[in-house]
Ligand binder design. Structure first.
Ligand code: AP5
Ligand code: MG
Length: 216
């Protein structure tokens, strides 16, 4: 079995949530560009700013820094049979890098109405230790504010405030359009679109249906 998938979608679309389910189902790693960056906050970028300063402000990290950190992760042995890449590429420049470095089987675009985003992200909680993600209403942990996997106290992401969410949406909306334009008509990299507005389990049923076609 082999599957190389990239998931696109606005903040709160459910990229990470669906990527975790795909990872478990197909036994391939969930590679989250955002998690990699959050775990490398001290990394100094070309501008002299650290990764942490950029992501906590809700701004995009440079393609070069993303590509450097990502390629180190993709070289690890657990990626040999594929991966679910969440949050890369986000611009045309990154799409070109991905095309050169790692062929992927398909792109999954999860579309979400902007009205749903704020509630999803302001009530999200993450585990600072194992990167697990929850939602206080839609996907709560068994014990209030405690990670089911490792028992660590959950935290809110620095960039999950109304102002920074707005910032993230504005540049990501344009970036997704660039990536879709780049792959438009490319038969080797088909784009599958799933409605991300229904409940998590319903989105998951639809994700499975479209992804199954691309498993080798
Ligand atoms: P990243 O961590 O990727 O953030 P994002 O793109 O803003 O996406 P989110 O993680 O907020 O949303 P998601 O789609 O994963 O939603 P989730 O499944 O968690 O990137 C963070 C930052 O890193 C960027 O701002 C940038 O600074 C930098 N960065 C990353 N990649 C970069 C790149 N390629 N280039 C440059 N910079 C980059 O779901 C959200 C919540 O909703 C959860 O609580 C979940 O339980 C809940 N939920 C999910 N689905 C549903 C549903 N169907 N119904 C109800 N609730 C749901
Ligand atoms: Mg995410």
């Amino acid at each position: 079995m082999s599957l190389k998938l990239s998931i696109l979608g606005l903040p709160g679309a459910g990229k990470g949530t669906q990527a975790d389910k795909l990872s478990e189902t197909y036994g391939i790693p969930h590679i989250s560009m955002g998690d990699i960056l959050r775990n490398n906050k001290e990394f100094e970028t070309e501008s002299g700013e650290t990764v942490g300063e950029i992501i906590d402000a809700g701004n995009p990290v440079t393609a070069k820094t993303c590509a450097t950190l990502l390629s180190t992760r993709l070289d690890e042995p657990d990626c040999a049979d594929g991966f679910v890449l969440d949050g890369f590429p986000r611009f045309q420049e990154q799409a070109e890098i991905m095309d050169d470095v790692t062929g992927i089987d398909a792109i999954l675009l999860i579309k979400v109405d902007e009205d749903n985003i704020l509630e999803r992200l302001t009530k999200r909680r993450i585990c600072p230790d194992c990167d697990a993600s929850y939602h206080l209403k839609f996907d709560p942990p068994e014990q209030d504010e405690i990670c089911d996997n490792c028992g660590t106290e959950l935290v809110q992401r620095e960039d999950d405030t109304a102002e920074k969410i707005e910032e993230r949406i504005s540049w990501q909306r344009d970036g997704i359009e660039e990536v879709l334009t780049y792959f438009d008509g490319d038969e080797d990299t088909p784009v599958e679109v799933v409605n991300g507005n229904p409940p998590i389990s319903e989105v998951w049923n639809n994700v499975q249906e479209v992804v199954e076609k691309h498993v080798n």
